[in-house]
Design a protein around this ligand. Sequence first.
Ligand code: AMP
Length: 419
Amino acid sequence: MIKAITGTKDILPSEIPGWKRLESFVNTIFTSFNYKEIRTPIFEETSLFARGIGEETDIVGKEMYTFADRSGTSVTLKPEMTASVVRAFIEHSLGKRQPLNKFFYISPMFRQERPQAGRLRQFHQFGGEALGSTSPLLDAELIIIAFQILTSLGLRDLTVKINTLGVHSSRENYKRMLRDFLKDKKYMLSDDSRKRYDTNVLRIFDSKVESDQEILKEAPILIDHIDEESKNDFELVKDILINSKISFEIDPKLVRGLDYYTKTTFEIISGKVGSQNALCGGGRYDLLVEQLGGSPTPGVGFAAGIERILLACENEKSLSLPDDNIDLYIIKLDEDLSSKAFEVALEYRKENLFVEFDYLSRSVKAQMREANKLNARFVLFIGGDEYKSGKLNLKNMATGEQQLIDLNEYSKLIDLVRV
Ligand code: AMP
């Protein structure tokens, strides 16, 4: 039997209401902050991600789905969205139309990671990107948007973590200090961390190996060594979060995996999803647009993992989704009336009523059971003596009340059912 590829997941009809609820919050909340939706292709030229995210990152180094198409061009299924948004922003000169562009998206992403709970190879993210301003108001705004979407879904066990990496030069300075500090301890580091020492030293902070963390306890602290401008911006972000009543922790180890981050970084963590506990992450990337060939344009953004968020909702039992309530179930008292039932159903469906009837030649009793199972608000009986005199019996399932309506009196039934 052919099965779905490891690390991919079907989203079954029973799960769709949760997805739709989440997507509707994403739409309304981003729109209320004047972010505009953007959709970009599923695949891009590989060099976009290699240049944008950084050759030495885990994503580019070992996780991308990269292949040559028939013309030999190396293409990659998008592992994250920021590089694609920035590519589209540059390609369509969006910065020339208006100085500040705010985008949001919902899209599948692809990373060849080791699958485990909360970690897939095709997963979905929503996120926002604001391009064109260095104002820390936008950093705070994006944290607030992410937080608002998560709390709208009823999530409560959330921790907001923030940090600042400083401008490029102060981050580079710090990296040098960190390398100096680790130089004579390098031999004690785990294999991965030893590799990162040369390629991406900040990422050693992400190590899950206890002895690595022990060594890092004495390491110089990034926040003590960053530039004044970044410090001031960070203070403002903190003030806004305090005024917005969003509690947060400062996590000096929050360096994030990608190369392009500068200044503010943040993550929102759930206490309810196990070890893969980051629901969302983001930060400022003031150099990325220039790095990808555009004119210098500051930016800030975040991405949130939809599967993980829905898992958190399930574990917190935070989403109460109403059962589907079908408006009308048509019951045939005589199997010969199938075509008539189809015709009547069609009339009401044209009016966007949610209508169903039996296609399986089931008994009247079985049809009634089905109507109950579907939570039908009204049941319409076709057949019997009433039908011979051109009438149908309509039953309100909540009150038990019944009334006769003329076969062709569609509008009357519609009025009754719509209330
Ligand atoms: P990142 O783009 O790595 O900062 O990830 C942002 C968010 O996407 C994370 O906080 C997760 O919620 C989600 N995410 C990242 N990688 C995966 C994955 N392999 N499977 C499921 N969700 C993921």
